[in-house]
Design a protein around this ligand. Structure first.
Ligand code: ZN
Length: 343
């Protein structure tokens, strides 16, 4: 190994640190628990100690390209402040970058975790053959990231790519961001469980209700398991997840005309349950997808796809992520290797 970078994935549950070389090989990975309840200074202390340990191990034999850190929440790139983070509740307006740089005595690059995952998939994952990529990460919330020309599109001050807070239901469920009816309220793991509880409230004798009573950790995974067994209530929930994703993807495809859109995060394991609805909505709602999507002789041709036929030329790809939870770790390590926005 000649050149390496350190990538950090600071999650609400796990803190992971990796040394990755400039060819994308994972050299070392350390996983720690994030001790959120002990306060932000303790979390930053733990992180910096672990980073220092990895640095000391490789610094003499290889050249450090930099340190990238993926953080859940909205970061102000100019100030290095964490503006808003649902998973790190007492971190609002905490000068996280300055605190880390002071401890490590070197510069670090902070980036939103969903942007970092998009960069990871663009470097080594599902979108590695493409310069430009958009990604949606379906986890506790719905994250979004946009990579243009192999670099993250940050916008004016680092807040771009919040596709998860696009409205899909004008009078819908209130969202943590202050809006209502955001995609996040219909396509996250949290939303899948809430929609199941709503279905149970309407029909307490259903298989869904029995599963919720029997399962102390009734989760999106439990609902997915029912869906693959053929339970109609569970299937309806995933169809709705796909429908809402399809509505937002239609707007993204129409406005961005990118070659590839990647869907990752824990809920993407239920791909076969929700993806048919995504493609139905895209064909129905997006003229750009109708013109550039793959030809499907089985599909109903209504809406946009009745109006516009697919032509020759490059196709729009909507696909699953490949790197799983490592996307964030690889993407964070990639940050020092790609041109950075001014700070
Ligand atoms: Zn929202």
């Amino acid at each position: 190994m000649k050149n390496f970078a350190i990538g950090v994935d600071l999650g609400g549950t796990n803190l992971r640190i990796a040394a990755v070389d400039d060819q994308g090989a994972l050299v070392e990975k350390v996983t720690l628990g994030t001790k959120v309840s002990l306060g932000r200074d303790r979390v930053v202390d733990d992180m910096c100690q672990a980073i220092q340990h990895v640095l000391d191990k490789y610094n003499n034999s290889a050249k450090l390209l930099g340190i990238g850190i993926g953080v859940p929440g909205i970061i102000d790139m100019q100030t290095g402040l964490l503006r808003e983070s649902p998973n790190l509740p007492d971190w609002a307006d905490y000068p996280v970058r300055a605190e880390i740089e002071q401890r490590l005595k070197t510069v670090v690059i902070l980036e939103n975790d969903a942007n970092v995952a998009a960069l990871g998939e663009n470097w080594l994952g599902a979108a590695k053959d493409f310069q430009d990529t958009a990604m949606l990460t379906l986890g506790t919330g719905v994250g979004g990231g946009l990579v243009l020309g192999r670099s993250i599109w940050r916008g004016m001050n680092g807040m771009a790519g919040e596709f998860g807070h696009t409205t899909v239901e004008p009078e819908g469920h209130p969202c943590g961001c202050g809006n209502r009816g955001c995609l996040e309220q219909y396509a996250s793991a949290t939303a899948v469980v809430r929609m199941a509880r709503e279905a149970i409230a309407a029909n307490s004798g259903s298989a869904l209700a029995r599963a919720a009573n029997a399962d102390a950790e009734f989760s999106a995974k439990s609902i997915y398991n029912l869906a693959i067994q053929g339970d109609e209530d569970a299937r309806r929930i995933f169809r709705y997840v796909g429908r809402c994703l399809g509505i937002v993807l239609s707007a993204m495809v129409n406005s961005l005309n990118l070659p590839i859109y990647v869907i990752g995060g824990g809920v993407s394991s239920a791909w076969e349950m929700f993806s048919p609805s995504i493609f139905e909505e895209l064909r129905e709602r997006s003229m750009v997808y109708a013109a550039t999507g793959p030809h499907d002789p089985q599909a109903k041709h209504t809406g946009a796809s009745a109006h516009t036929k697919p032509g020759p030329g490059p196709k729009t790809i909507i696909t699953r992520a490949l790197l799983g939870s490592d996307a964030g770790l690889y993407g964070a390590a990639r940050l020092p290797m790609v041109p950075e926005a001014k700070r």
